[in-house]
Ligand binder design. Structure first.
Ligand code: AMP
Length: 253
């Protein structure tokens, strides 16, 4: 696996990949089986797979969340190498934001609700970094998890609006045995919090109405940002003490 840290080096390498299909998996690292499922899909569908790890400062609306975000680059590198990834791109924040984030991508409707309401600025940061990465990688296909469903919709919307020449491929959410969606933030949970967290997907899938689910989550000690039905899905965001979890499930007709 080729590890590239400098944007210029990547741009030079990219020229030699002309004519080959490229699958791209953007991540923030601390990789788990969810990320790896995206990599596997990319490997199956493309000649070359590129993964980026970049903990994007502009999409964190709380400094503590950014600081505490788990960073395990050595472990991530060996996982990706053993999963047949061809290129690992590790840009630094100074180079990604040489403009000091004076150029931003803003979506004005979908980005304002649900996650957007509770995490102001989050989607600006996410869309901006995804556009930069898509421009750099020039992938044939880019892989995004349905776990971050609103993010997936916004990326698709940006790609369509800006005529970006890439196919966005949605990938199913990978879960632990007890149903909790795999997430890099799960490792911040204590064993007790981790056990409690499993009530969140269980209730989301219970078929009860959003109000009843909210009440039960609150009784169990979760702080609920929202439980909402949109896009034939039930989406939710909750806090287990200081760790925020999001998830969504398909609503049965
Ligand atoms: P992140 O590193 O959290 O920014 O995630 C990178 C990509 O992996 C995003 O497209 C996520 O939606 C996706 N992803 C995260 N968790 C999962 C999961 N449990 N199953 C499938 N994809 C996931």
């Amino acid at each position: 696996m080729n590890i590239v840290t400098k944007i210029n080096d990547w741009q030079t390498l990219r020229k030699n990949l002309t004519g080959r299909s490229i699958g791209f998996v953007p991540t923030m690292g601390h990789l788990h089986a969810g990320h790896l499922s995206l990599c596997e899909r990319s490997r199956a569908e493309n000649e070359v797979t590129v993964v980026s790890i970049f903990v994007n400062p502009t999409q964190f609306n709380q400094a503590s969340d950014f600081q505490l975000y788990p960073r395990t680059i050595e472990q991530d590198t060996s996982l990706l190498a053993s999963h047949g990834v061809d290129y690992l791109f590790l840009p630094d924040a100074e180079s990604m934001y040489a403009d000091h984030y004076q150029i931003q991508v803003t979506e004005t409707e979908l980005s304002r609700e649900l996650e957007g309401e509770f995490r102001p600025g989050h989607f600006n940061g996410m869309l901006t970094v995804v556009l930069k990465l898509l421009n750099l990688v020039q992938a044939t296909r880019a892989y995004f998890g349905e776990k971050d469903y609103q993010q997936l919709l916004l990326v698709k919307k940006m790609v369509a609006a800006l005529f970006l020449p890439v196919d966005i491929i949605p990938c199913e959410t990978m879960r632990a045995e007890d149903g909790l969606a795999l997430s890099s933030r799960n490792s911040r949970l204590t064993p007790e919090q981790r056990q409690k967290a499993a009530h969140f997907p269980r209730l989301l899938q219970s078929g009860q109405c959003a109000e009843d689910i909210t009440k039960q989550l609150e009784l169990l000690g979760f702080k609920v940002d929202y439980i909402a039905d949109r896009w034939q899905r039930r989406l939710g965001a909750v806090w287990v003490d200081d760790v925020r979890l999001i998830d969504n499930v398909i609503l049965s007709p």
